[in-house]
Design a protein around this ligand. Structure first.
Ligand SMILES: [Zn+2]
Length: 117
């Protein structure tokens, strides 16, 4: 892993809520940050308590974070991958995302997620 890619878990109405949720994630050992839209600065620097804020986690924690916070995936499209071998659309479960590979149920090819992204 080189640089961390941050992904938005959810939007909140106000930085206070985002901060609270980020703390919940951190309590579950998921690195998280609460970010306010206006400046995109980390919490505690500036900005009022209102306005759209975001809870972010490193992209590899996204599914876990969503599950923990009980966020509905807006579109399940995030979970869909295309098998490079037979081009089937496949929905992976969390275990497969975590382990970084899956076996295509259609063509039985062993596919590494690193090869897909
Ligand atoms: Zn396949």
């Amino acid at each position: 892993m080189e640089e961390t890619t941050w992904a938005t878990v959810l939007e909140t109405n106000g930085i206070t809520v985002a901060e609270m949720l980020a703390q919940r994630l951190e309590a579950a050992e998921i690195p998280a940050q609460a970010v306010q839209e206006s400046a995109g600065k980390a919490i505690g620097l500036s900005g009022g308590p209102l306005g759209t804020a975001y809870v972010r986690v490193p992209v590899q924690y996204l599914e876990e974070a969503r599950e923990l916070l009980d966020v509905d995936d807006p579109a399940d499209a995030d979970d869909i991958v295309i098998c490079p071998s037979c081009e089937s659309e496949l929905e992976l479960d969390d275990t497969e995302w975590e382990q970084g590979w899956f076996v295509c149920p259609v063509c039985e090819t062993h596919v590494s997620l690193d090869d897909l992204f």
